[in-house]
Design a protein around this ligand. Structure first.
Ligand code: MG
Length: 350
């Protein structure tokens, strides 16, 4: 049963900051850029008490907790800490798929006593780096991922698929990776508000609503059916969404709303496949068929709709279409599984 572990460092960026600035311990700390559209990359657990979470606009976080200490992200420091953590992981486990600076899936097949080995690993990470991590163990990636998140910080949760179904039956479908807010809203409109209800929903209804592949996939995910493949290599591909508009659109706010919608759809799929990209591009076709693309490459990869949408909208504003548009598209490219994730493009050199 214990085939896959998901290891996730607790409040990683904030924890690295607290290690070198111990005077901040016990205080609400937010790691964030400072621009007007900055978002929270990580909040310490003291800050989370105020309802602050990753990807939230920093302006909102400051309103929720005016006395929070704002720290600018220091990605070189996070990469160095990540390298230390992953070195310890690789010393213990052969099959390691790094999916972010502070996150990895581990293949436990072949380990004699996988749970004991994971406990040892967490203790080693703490002793060598001062960082705490949470571990989820299960028969597949989906169970492992949700389990690692269930009792953070310092969580250690081992679940069979059946136990995961029972434990999270009353949780929102959005708990499961790859089921994004838009899908959650559409499910709610169908009267499906829990993972238990989604797992038990008639497949036909889901297929009618979401199409054959996505409909079936949703049901499988809700039942914590997933793959147990660990891929230590990097995969490069690209993914895009575009929409030809029913009528030409000249209103910038409406154009931006369409881009945000496309980004959301695109990222939901990327998240489901655990893929990330670092180049974000838009495609704009004007009513006279002039077609323009604009792209920006981030310092690190992302699959977050908020980040992709912000970059897409910024590219659109820079271009400022001179005529009404008839088609809009968003692309995320140059995927590299194992690259560090980015949640605050404004803090990074572009
Ligand atoms: Mg983490």
């Amino acid at each position: 049963m214990a085939r896959i572990a998901h290891l996730d460092v607790d409040a990683f960026y904030a924890s690295v900051e607290l290690l070198r600035r111990p005077e901040l311990r016990g205080k609400p700390v937010i790691v964030s850029g400072s621009g007007p559209r900055a978002v929270v990359t990580t909040a310490s657990y003291e800050a989370r008490v105020f309802g602050i979470g990753s990807a939230m606009p920093t302006s909102r976080a400051r309103r929720l907790c005016p006395h929070a200490v704002l720290v600018a992200p220091d990605f070189p420091a996070y990469r160095a800490a990540s390298a230390q953590v992953m070195e310890l992981v690789r010393a213990q486990v052969e099959g390691v798929e790094v999916v972010g600076l502070d996150e990895a899936y581990l293949d436990l097949d072949g380990l004699v006593a996988p749970r004991a080995a994971m406990r040892r690993l967490v203790e080693q990470i703490r002793a060598h780096t001062g960082l705490t991590a949470s571990v989820g163990i299960g028969p597949n990636r989906l169970v492992a991922k949700v389990a690692s998140d269930a009792e953070k910080p310092r969580g250690f949760v081992v679940l069979s698929r059946e136990e995961a179904c029972a434990r999270f039956a009353a949780a929102s479908p959005g708990l499961v990776p790859g089921i994004g807010p838009k899908t959650v809203a559409r499910l709610e409109a169908m009267g499906i508000t829990t993972l238990g209800a989604l797992a038990a929903a008639p497949e036909g209804e889901l297929v009618v609503r979401f199409g054959a592949n996505h409909g079936r996939d949703l049901r499988l995910r809700a039942a914590f059916q997933g793959t147990a493949t660990i891929t230590p290599v990097r995969i490069a591909v690209s993914e895009s969404r575009e929409r030809t508009l029913d009528a030409d659109v000249g209103d910038p706010a409406r154009q931006e709303a369409i881009l945000r919608d496309l980004a959301e759809q695109l990222c939901e799929r990327l998240a489901r496949q655990e893929r990330r990209g670092r180049t974000i591009a838009i495609k704009v076709r004007l009513d006279d068929f002039t077609t323009v693309t604009r792209a920006r490459t981030l310092a690190a990869t992302t699959c977050e709709a908020g980040v992709v949408a912000e970059v897409a909208v910024a590219l659109l504003r820079d271009y400022a279409p001179p005529r009404p548009v008839r088609l809009l598209g968003v692309r995320v490219a140059a995927f590299a599984i194992g690259d560090p994730p980015v949640t605050d493009q404004l803090a990074l050199p572009l």
